[in-house]
Design a protein. Structure first.
Length: 94
């Protein structure tokens, strides 16, 4: 019974937050800009580097490939934050 209640509440909260976010955003271009800047980097660079580093963590960071993956992870994370901030700033201008 409690599990069903938890699912109903979670579904209601997800649906409600999605509805209010859709009403608050002025257009679909804004959504695509934010998703493209954050999720594009996440799927393309951040998650693969994080998985590689997790798999190879027993080798340590003294190997060049691990250092390269760590550098790419850090750089991609910074670029994702910068691009998302830029998309949000653009949204505030319009």
């Amino acid at each position: 019974v409690m599990e069903t209640f938890t699912r109903v509440v979670a579904t209601f909260l997800i649906t409600s937050s999605t509805y209010f976010a859709a009403v608050a955003v002025p257009g679909v271009a804004v959504v695509w800009a934010i998703l493209g800047s954050s999720l594009g980097m996440l799927i393309g660079f951040i998650v693969p580097c994080a998985c590689y580093l997790k798999i190879r963590r027993h080798k340590g960071l003294n190997r060049w490939t691990n250092l390269g993956a760590l550098a790419l992870f850090l750089f991609s994370s910074a670029v994702a934050v910068a691009c998302t901030a830029h998309a949000i700033a653009d949204m505030k201008k319009h």
